[in-house]
Design a protein around this ligand. Structure first.
Ligand code: PLP
Length: 233
Protein backbone atom coordinates (compact mmCIF):
# COMPACT_ATOMS: atom_id res chain seq x y z
CA UNK A 1 0.00 0.00 0.00
CA UNK A 2 2.94 2.34 0.62
CA UNK A 3 4.31 1.85 -2.85
CA UNK A 4 1.73 4.12 -4.37
CA UNK A 5 0.55 7.53 -3.34
CA UNK A 6 -2.75 8.65 -1.90
CA UNK A 7 -3.45 10.23 -5.26
CA UNK A 8 -2.91 6.86 -6.99
CA UNK A 9 -5.20 5.05 -4.58
CA UNK A 10 -7.93 7.65 -5.06
CA UNK A 11 -7.59 7.37 -8.85
CA UNK A 12 -7.82 3.59 -8.62
CA UNK A 13 -10.99 3.70 -6.48
CA UNK A 14 -12.60 6.19 -8.85
CA UNK A 15 -11.74 3.97 -11.79
CA UNK A 16 -13.26 0.95 -10.06
CA UNK A 17 -16.40 2.97 -9.30
CA UNK A 18 -16.74 3.89 -12.98
CA UNK A 19 -16.10 0.35 -14.16
CA UNK A 20 -18.68 -1.16 -11.79
CA UNK A 21 -21.24 1.49 -12.70
CA UNK A 22 -20.81 0.91 -16.42
CA UNK A 23 -20.93 -2.86 -15.94
CA UNK A 24 -24.32 -2.40 -14.26
CA UNK A 25 -25.56 -0.03 -16.97
CA UNK A 26 -25.37 2.96 -14.64
CA UNK A 27 -23.75 6.39 -14.92
CA UNK A 28 -20.50 6.72 -12.93
CA UNK A 29 -21.47 10.28 -11.92
CA UNK A 30 -24.56 8.90 -10.14
CA UNK A 31 -22.31 7.37 -7.48
CA UNK A 32 -20.86 9.59 -4.76
CA UNK A 33 -17.63 8.59 -3.08
CA UNK A 34 -17.58 9.38 0.63
CA UNK A 35 -14.00 9.52 1.92
CA UNK A 36 -14.12 7.89 5.36
CA UNK A 37 -11.56 9.78 7.45
CA UNK A 38 -12.21 8.44 10.94
CA UNK A 39 -8.80 8.26 12.70
CA UNK A 40 -7.14 9.94 9.67
CA UNK A 41 -5.03 13.01 10.46
CA UNK A 42 -5.35 16.53 9.11
CA UNK A 43 -2.30 16.42 6.85
CA UNK A 44 -3.65 13.38 5.06
CA UNK A 45 -7.09 14.97 4.73
CA UNK A 46 -5.41 18.01 3.22
CA UNK A 47 -3.63 15.77 0.70
CA UNK A 48 -6.92 14.07 -0.16
CA UNK A 49 -8.55 17.46 -0.75
CA UNK A 50 -5.72 18.36 -3.11
CA UNK A 51 -6.45 15.09 -4.94
CA UNK A 52 -10.10 16.05 -5.35
CA UNK A 53 -11.84 14.77 -2.21
CA UNK A 54 -14.73 16.89 -0.98
CA UNK A 55 -17.11 14.73 1.06
CA UNK A 56 -15.87 13.10 4.23
CA UNK A 57 -17.40 10.51 6.54
CA UNK A 58 -16.77 10.54 10.27
CA UNK A 59 -18.17 8.23 12.95
CA UNK A 60 -17.49 10.17 16.14
CA UNK A 61 -19.06 13.56 16.77
CA UNK A 62 -16.23 14.85 18.96
CA UNK A 63 -13.45 13.78 16.61
CA UNK A 64 -15.32 15.32 13.70
CA UNK A 65 -15.91 18.57 15.56
CA UNK A 66 -12.17 19.08 16.08
CA UNK A 67 -11.28 18.13 12.52
CA UNK A 68 -13.95 20.26 10.91
CA UNK A 69 -12.82 23.30 12.90
CA UNK A 70 -9.17 22.66 12.03
CA UNK A 71 -9.92 22.06 8.35
CA UNK A 72 -11.92 25.27 8.29
CA UNK A 73 -8.78 27.27 9.00
CA UNK A 74 -6.28 24.97 7.30
CA UNK A 75 -8.22 24.83 4.05
CA UNK A 76 -9.87 28.22 4.06
CA UNK A 77 -11.72 28.81 0.82
CA UNK A 78 -12.43 25.13 0.16
CA UNK A 79 -15.97 24.00 0.84
CA UNK A 80 -15.81 20.58 2.41
CA UNK A 81 -18.83 18.45 3.22
CA UNK A 82 -19.00 16.20 6.24
CA UNK A 83 -21.28 13.21 6.70
CA UNK A 84 -21.94 11.37 9.93
CA UNK A 85 -21.73 7.59 9.52
CA UNK A 86 -21.45 6.40 13.13
CA UNK A 87 -24.10 5.54 15.66
CA UNK A 88 -25.78 8.76 16.75
CA UNK A 89 -26.60 9.26 20.40
CA UNK A 90 -29.53 11.52 21.18
CA UNK A 91 -27.42 13.83 23.31
CA UNK A 92 -25.14 14.51 20.32
CA UNK A 93 -27.95 15.60 18.00
CA UNK A 94 -27.38 19.25 18.84
CA UNK A 95 -23.77 19.09 17.58
CA UNK A 96 -24.56 16.79 14.69
CA UNK A 97 -26.91 19.31 13.06
CA UNK A 98 -24.21 21.97 13.30
CA UNK A 99 -21.55 19.80 11.71
CA UNK A 100 -23.01 17.45 9.13
CA UNK A 101 -24.72 17.83 5.76
CA UNK A 102 -26.00 14.28 5.90
CA UNK A 103 -26.50 11.81 8.74
CA UNK A 104 -26.39 8.23 7.41
CA UNK A 105 -27.41 6.46 10.60
CA UNK A 106 -30.81 7.59 11.80
CA UNK A 107 -32.55 4.62 13.43
CA UNK A 108 -35.16 5.81 15.90
CA UNK A 109 -38.00 8.29 16.15
CA UNK A 110 -36.47 9.67 19.37
CA UNK A 111 -33.29 10.55 17.50
CA UNK A 112 -35.28 11.96 14.58
CA UNK A 113 -37.20 14.23 16.95
CA UNK A 114 -33.98 15.47 18.57
CA UNK A 115 -32.41 16.22 15.18
CA UNK A 116 -35.59 17.98 14.06
CA UNK A 117 -35.69 20.10 17.19
CA UNK A 118 -32.06 21.22 17.00
CA UNK A 119 -32.17 21.74 13.24
CA UNK A 120 -35.19 23.99 13.77
CA UNK A 121 -33.28 26.07 16.30
CA UNK A 122 -30.59 26.92 13.73
CA UNK A 123 -33.01 27.28 10.83
CA UNK A 124 -31.76 24.19 9.00
CA UNK A 125 -33.42 21.26 7.31
CA UNK A 126 -31.26 18.33 8.35
CA UNK A 127 -30.89 15.65 5.70
CA UNK A 128 -30.60 12.06 6.86
CA UNK A 129 -30.69 8.43 5.77
CA UNK A 130 -32.36 5.69 7.75
CA UNK A 131 -30.00 2.88 8.75
CA UNK A 132 -31.60 -0.53 8.28
CA UNK A 133 -30.37 -3.58 10.15
CA UNK A 134 -30.62 -6.54 7.79
CA UNK A 135 -28.70 -9.11 9.84
CA UNK A 136 -29.26 -10.40 13.33
CA UNK A 137 -25.80 -9.45 14.64
CA UNK A 138 -26.08 -7.96 18.13
CA UNK A 139 -23.43 -5.37 17.40
CA UNK A 140 -25.29 -3.72 14.54
CA UNK A 141 -27.52 -0.69 14.82
CA UNK A 142 -30.41 0.24 12.60
CA UNK A 143 -34.15 -0.10 12.34
CA UNK A 144 -35.58 -3.53 11.54
CA UNK A 145 -36.98 -3.75 8.03
CA UNK A 146 -40.44 -4.47 9.48
CA UNK A 147 -40.33 -1.08 11.17
CA UNK A 148 -39.01 0.98 8.27
CA UNK A 149 -42.30 2.24 6.85
CA UNK A 150 -43.50 3.26 10.30
CA UNK A 151 -40.32 5.28 10.89
CA UNK A 152 -40.59 6.89 7.45
CA UNK A 153 -44.18 7.88 8.22
CA UNK A 154 -43.30 9.29 11.61
CA UNK A 155 -40.37 11.33 10.29
CA UNK A 156 -42.47 12.74 7.44
CA UNK A 157 -44.22 14.94 9.99
CA UNK A 158 -40.95 16.53 11.15
CA UNK A 159 -40.50 19.80 9.27
CA UNK A 160 -36.78 20.30 9.86
CA UNK A 161 -35.76 16.77 8.93
CA UNK A 162 -35.64 15.41 5.39
CA UNK A 163 -35.11 11.70 4.78
CA UNK A 164 -33.22 11.10 1.54
CA UNK A 165 -32.72 7.35 1.54
CA UNK A 166 -31.41 4.25 3.30
CA UNK A 167 -28.10 2.96 4.60
CA UNK A 168 -26.92 -0.45 5.73
CA UNK A 169 -23.80 -2.14 7.08
CA UNK A 170 -23.92 -5.85 6.19
CA UNK A 171 -22.04 -8.54 8.11
CA UNK A 172 -18.42 -9.20 7.19
CA UNK A 173 -17.80 -12.17 4.88
CA UNK A 174 -14.51 -13.68 3.73
CA UNK A 175 -16.23 -14.42 0.45
CA UNK A 176 -17.47 -10.98 -0.53
CA UNK A 177 -20.07 -12.33 -2.94
CA UNK A 178 -22.10 -13.38 0.12
CA UNK A 179 -22.77 -9.72 0.83
CA UNK A 180 -24.70 -9.16 -2.39
CA UNK A 181 -28.15 -10.28 -1.09
CA UNK A 182 -27.95 -7.61 1.65
CA UNK A 183 -27.38 -4.83 -0.85
CA UNK A 184 -30.12 -6.18 -3.06
CA UNK A 185 -32.48 -6.29 -0.12
CA UNK A 186 -31.80 -2.66 0.79
CA UNK A 187 -32.56 -1.62 -2.80
CA UNK A 188 -35.82 -3.59 -2.70
CA UNK A 189 -36.75 -1.91 0.57
CA UNK A 190 -36.15 1.47 -1.03
CA UNK A 191 -38.30 0.52 -4.02
CA UNK A 192 -41.07 -0.58 -1.67
CA UNK A 193 -40.91 2.69 0.23
CA UNK A 194 -41.06 4.63 -3.02
CA UNK A 195 -44.13 2.61 -4.06
CA UNK A 196 -45.67 3.49 -0.71
CA UNK A 197 -45.27 7.17 -1.60
CA UNK A 198 -42.01 8.13 0.14
CA UNK A 199 -39.71 10.27 -1.96
CA UNK A 200 -36.35 8.66 -1.21
CA UNK A 201 -33.54 8.19 -3.71
CA UNK A 202 -30.26 7.44 -1.94
CA UNK A 203 -28.70 4.08 -1.07
CA UNK A 204 -25.58 4.36 1.09
CA UNK A 205 -23.98 0.93 0.92
CA UNK A 206 -20.57 -0.55 0.21
CA UNK A 207 -17.20 -0.03 1.90
CA UNK A 208 -13.57 -0.74 0.92
CA UNK A 209 -13.98 -4.43 0.39
CA UNK A 210 -17.38 -4.55 -1.29
CA UNK A 211 -18.22 -1.18 -2.87
CA UNK A 212 -18.11 -2.64 -6.38
CA UNK A 213 -20.83 -5.17 -5.54
CA UNK A 214 -22.84 -2.42 -3.84
CA UNK A 215 -22.67 -0.31 -6.99
CA UNK A 216 -23.85 -3.23 -9.11
CA UNK A 217 -26.81 -3.51 -6.73
CA UNK A 218 -27.71 0.17 -6.86
CA UNK A 219 -25.59 2.10 -4.34
CA UNK A 220 -25.67 5.87 -4.86
CA UNK A 221 -23.12 6.52 -2.09
CA UNK A 222 -20.15 4.33 -1.19
CA UNK A 223 -18.21 4.86 2.04
CA UNK A 224 -14.55 4.05 1.50
CA UNK A 225 -11.87 4.36 4.18
CA UNK A 226 -9.02 1.85 4.36
CA UNK A 227 -8.72 1.25 0.61
CA UNK A 228 -7.79 4.93 0.31
CA UNK A 229 -6.14 5.84 3.61
CA UNK A 230 -4.67 2.48 4.64
CA UNK A 231 -5.52 0.17 7.53
CA UNK A 232 -6.63 1.91 10.72
CA UNK A 233 -4.45 1.28 13.77
C1 PLP B 1 -15.33 2.73 8.92
C2 PLP B 1 -16.56 2.76 8.15
C3 PLP B 1 -16.55 2.70 6.74
C4 PLP B 1 -15.28 2.53 5.93
O1 PLP B 1 -14.77 1.25 6.09
P1 PLP B 1 -13.54 0.72 5.22
O2 PLP B 1 -13.66 -0.74 5.27
O3 PLP B 1 -12.31 1.25 5.87
O4 PLP B 1 -13.71 1.28 3.86
C5 PLP B 1 -17.75 2.78 6.08
N1 PLP B 1 -18.92 2.91 6.74
C6 PLP B 1 -18.98 2.97 8.07
C7 PLP B 1 -20.30 3.12 8.74
C8 PLP B 1 -17.81 2.89 8.83
O5 PLP B 1 -17.88 2.96 10.16
Amino acid sequence: MNSNSLQDRISLIKKKISTSALRAGRKPQDITLIYVTKTVGLETIKEAVAAGAGIFGENRVQEAQKKIAACGSLLAGRTLHWHFIGHLQKNKAKYAVQLFDLIHSLDSIECAEELNKHAGKIGKTQEALIEVKLSSEESKHGVLKEDLIALLSATAALKNLSIKGLMTIPPFFDNIEEVRPYFKELRELKDKAVSAGFNITELSMGMSQDFEIAIEEGATMVRVGSAIFGARG
